[in-house]
Design a protein around this ligand. Structure first.
Ligand SMILES: Nc1nc2c(c(=O)[nH]1)N[C@H]1C(S)=C(S)[C@@H](COP(=O)(O)OP(=O)(O)OC[C@H]3O[C@@H](n4cnc5c(=O)[nH]c(N)nc54)[C@H](O)[C@@H]3O)O[C@H]1N2
Ligand SMILES: Nc1nc2c(c(=O)[nH]1)N[C@H]1C(S)=C(S)[C@@H](COP(=O)(O)OP(=O)(O)OC[C@H]3O[C@@H](n4cnc5c(=O)[nH]c(N)nc54)[C@H](O)[C@@H]3O)O[C@H]1N2
Ligand code: SF4
Ligand SMILES: [Mo]
Length: 707
């Protein structure tokens, strides 16, 4: 008998765009993966990665059952043995060396996997360790810290209302490659072009003429790490030219005079000398932000993972506030999701600097230390030293700064366990790997990304396939391990119900919920009746009533951020400093460190080379397409250089997430790829001084010929 063809609707979980897919299957086979035209957010858009969901599902390298490392080999073991061994070893590390001797590192895919979100806190609760780390501090920590400090909640993140804006200033983001971040925006190309069609403009500020810059109305090169000078000068201009208009939020603002005083020294002329962007251009951008109705300033990785990350993200909020661009149509608006609607009284608002890391004194945020200090906390002896580690969906050896030191640190641990799909650069150090089911084998709800979306929608997806017998979902692994640990430690434990049970309550009590008396009377059951998803309308202003600060005000004058302006002023450099600065690069066919194992995505021209401006090549007597040595404070790599006028002179670009060709990696296709890890060069000491977030962009390097 031939199986019937089944059509399923499903969100792609690979990036923040959360595109709706229409997937046809027959028995265990995938017949086709297309965009779901009826998805109310993505309207049929997909990128090349969507088709690779089947490669991930069928990848022979993907683990399905627990394995333990015996010398250089991996041996399959039962879940029971795995949980028992892991729990014993973690408990032993805590008994011997104290509570904080066991650390947790949670990587990026947790946020794309709702069971990991609902159950992710289990191990933290049972272990009661302060040694918590995640990819947040390799990424968007400055955004959360600024939202926490200004609006009173780490998740109160204003999102660009891209579908209605008339002027969008994009700083250090490349949504054409990334498909958007802290801005869930499927089909960003169409939405950006629509701004131009309705007579608006968008501007890109980037040291590289990126894919996004290529279709922008204007692109300005900027010296990496110098954006804060430009942003402060824009605020300076708003005050100097009496352009400030705070509109309906006027009565809600605290500390505007302090802001005015702080930006006083930051003239557009100073900014010109530091950024390379003319003072006139900077003044004009400030005027445009102020004078165009429905304007928005948006900044992402380029202005988050750099040495002034927090100051930059704060300044971006301030520019939106002072130009009446916060909480207005076409500006930046906090979303209204069916689950996770941020409002006063919410738990999870966050906390900051209540304690500090042991070795270099970096502040906690929301109970986590910045990941750049993870390796030193493992390698530095003394009370509180980390001796055991759990990684969950993370690959810090390739994704954290100074990856080689991370590599050494992981091999120095007494015990390590990884909850992961693969044996890769990081998980090869584990004693035991606990693999979860694949994404198509469990249900799905985007807990994180509906909250960051440019349009309010909601959607629940059923699994496509039955999980293979004897396999476990991420949340079941967390429950199982939590239970075992609790038994051994003699503490109470109740396994958490399945994720769908947990979110149903949140939806029913949410703004569109049954219990809230909303017309839609949403519950998870009701959402399930709409497999394409439900349209909940455009972004809605209404921030004033939702502010989560104790005073109900927006704090503009946050001491620890304003003080950083002094550091900025002191960092001003004489013109003509001759240092090469390294930045990263994303490509639409890749995703951080873990999507290089699929033929479909890896084919085509190599994309891991170092890009360098022809003038710099000539100045360094280097040939296009030759082997070069790149050196930084922490290490060196040898790779191929490619001449490119995309990057500005003085800047070189190398993507992260490569460097799989090393002993122990069991990802067949990835391990055949050339390309080195950019994070063998990035520096764990180069951080945003306020938050401790990694500064991947603007790393000083030397490039020389290889004899
Ligand atoms: N130089 C430089 N470094 C960077 C960046 C940069 O721009 N430049 N970007 C930074 C950013 S933004 C981020 S978010 C971090 C990412 O840093 P990480 O999160 O540490 O790294 P990923 O490459 O996302 O690794 C994801 C891991 O999760 C596993 N995995 C995938 N899906 C699942 C799942 O469903 N369950 C489980 N249990 N495991 C799964 C994969 O096999 C892989 O091992 O990297 C950062 N590093
Ligand atoms: N295809 C693909 N999509 C992805 C990912 C991926 O790896 N591949 N990763 C996902 C993740 S985890 C994230 S966090 C998002 C990131 O999403 P984005 O932030 O949109 O992505 P990036 O490509 O890192 O864009 C950062 C831009 O900043 C520029 N830049 C570097 N330094 C500076 C600087 O000092 N100042 C300024 N103004 N610009 C600078 C870079 O040249 C780059 O164009 O993408 C997500 N989507
Ligand atoms: S843009 Fe591509 S990777 Fe991102 S959700 Fe859509 S299809 Fe998936
Ligand atoms: Mo990220």
């Amino acid at each position: 008998m031939v199986d019937e063809i089944k059509t399923s609707y499903r969100a792609c979980h690979l990036c923040e765009a959360i595109c709706g897919l229409e997937i046809k299957t027959q028995g265990e086979q995938v017949i086709s993966i297309k965009g779901d035209k009826n998805d109310p957010l993505s309207h049929g858009h997909i990128c090349a990665k969507a088709a690779a969901l089947q490669d991930l599902h069928f990848d022979p390298d993907r683990l399905k059952f627990p394995v333990k490392r015996v010398d250089d080999n991996w041996v399959q073991i039962s879940w029971e043995e795995a949980f028992e061994t892991v729990a014993q070893n973690l408990a032993k590390a805590q008994d011997t060396h104290g509570q904080n001797a066991v650390a947790l590192y949670a990587g990026n895919p947790n946020v794309h996997n709702y069971g990991s979100m609902t159950h992710g806190g289990i191990l933290r609760r049972v272990l009661k360790t302060k040694s918590n780390f995640s990819a947040t501090s390799l990424d968007q920590l400055p955004h959360h810290l600024v939202s926490y400090a200004m609006y009173g909640h780490q998740s109160m993140l204003p999102i660009p209302d891209i579908d209605h804006t008339q002027y969008m200033l994009i700083i250090g983001a490349n949504p054409l490659a990334s498909n958007g971040s802290i801005m869930t925006v499927p089909d960003v190309t169409k939405r950006l072009k629509a701004i131009q069609k309705r007579g608006g403009r968008f501007i890109v500020i980037d040291p590289r003429k990126s894919e996004t810059a290529n279709i922008a109305d204007e692109h300005h090169f900027i010296k990496p790490g110098s954006d804060a000078f430009m942003l402060m000068a824009m605020i300076h201009t708003l005050f100097a030219e009496s352009l400030v208009d705070t509109g309906h939020l006027e009565e809600r603002l605290e500390g505007i005079d302090d802001v005015c005083r702080t930006v006083e020294p930051f003239t557009p002329e100073l900014a010109e000398s530091q950024t390379g962007i003319s003072a006139d251009t900077i003044r004009q951008m400030a005027r445009d932000m102020a004078q165009i109705e429905g304007a928005v300033c948006y900044g992402r990785m380029g202005v988050s993972t750099q040495v002034f990350g927090t100051l930059c993200q704060w300044a971006i909020q301030v520019i939106n506030i002072l130009t009446h661009s916060l909480d207005v149509r076409g500006g930046a608006i906090v979303s209204s999701p069916a689950f996770g609607y941020v409002k006063p009284g919410d738990s999870g608002a966050g906390h900051f600097a209540r304690w500090h890391s042991r070795v270099s004194g970096q502040p906690e945020f929301n109970g986590e230390f910045p990941s750049p200090v993870l390796a030193e906390e493992i390698l530095t002896p003394g009370e509180g030293q980390i001796r055991a580690l759990i990684t969950m969906a993370g690959n810090p050896v390739l994704s954290a700064p100074n990856g080689r030191e991370m590599d050494r640190a992981l091999s120095d641990l007494d015990f390590m366990v990884s909850i992961d799909l693969y044996i890769n650069e990081t998980t090869q150090h584990a004693n035991i790997i606990l693999p979860p089911t694949g994404a198509l084998e469990h249900d799905h709800y985007d807990l994180a990304f509906h909250r960051l979306a440019v349009h309010n929608t909601t959607r629940y997806n059923e699994p496509l396939f039955e999980p293979e017998p004897g396999t476990l979902h991420d949340w079941q692994i967390l429950n199982g391990l939590g239970q075992k640990l609790a038994e051994i430690k003699g503490v109470d434990f109740k396994p958490s119900p399945a994720p769908d049970k947990l979110i149903d309550m949140g939806i029913q009590h949410g703004v569109y919920g049954e219990s809230s008396g909303h017309d839609l009377a949403l519950s998870l059951d009701k959402i399930k009746q709409h497999p394409h998803g439900l349209d909940l309308g455009p972004l809605q202003p209404g921030l004033a009533e939702r502010l989560c600060t104790k005073s109900g005000q927006i704090h503009m004058n946050i001491d620890f951020i304003l003080e950083d302006a002094d550091r900025l002023q002191q960092s001003a450099q004489p013109q003509g400093t001759q240092e090469l600065l390294l930045i990263g690069r994303r490509h639409v066919r890749s995703n951080n460190s873990w999507m290089h194992n699929y033929k479909r995505l890896i084919k085509g021209k190599p994309r891991w080379q170092l890009l360098m401006h022809p003038e710099d090549l000539a100045a360094h007597q280097l040939e296009d397409n030759s082997q070069v040595r790149i050196q930084s404070r922490v290490g060196e790599v040898v790779t191929t250089v490619q001449a490119s006028e995309e990057v500005m002179p003085g800047v070189v670009s190398l993507p992260h997430g490569w460097g799989h060709k090393r002993k122990g990696v069991k990802m067949t296709i990835a391990a055949e790829q050339e390309g080195v890890s950019c994070n063998d060069l990035t520096d764990e000491k180069l951080i945003d001084a306020v938050s401790g977030n990694a500064a991947f962009n603007g790393v000083p390097v030397k490039v020389s010929a290889v004899a």
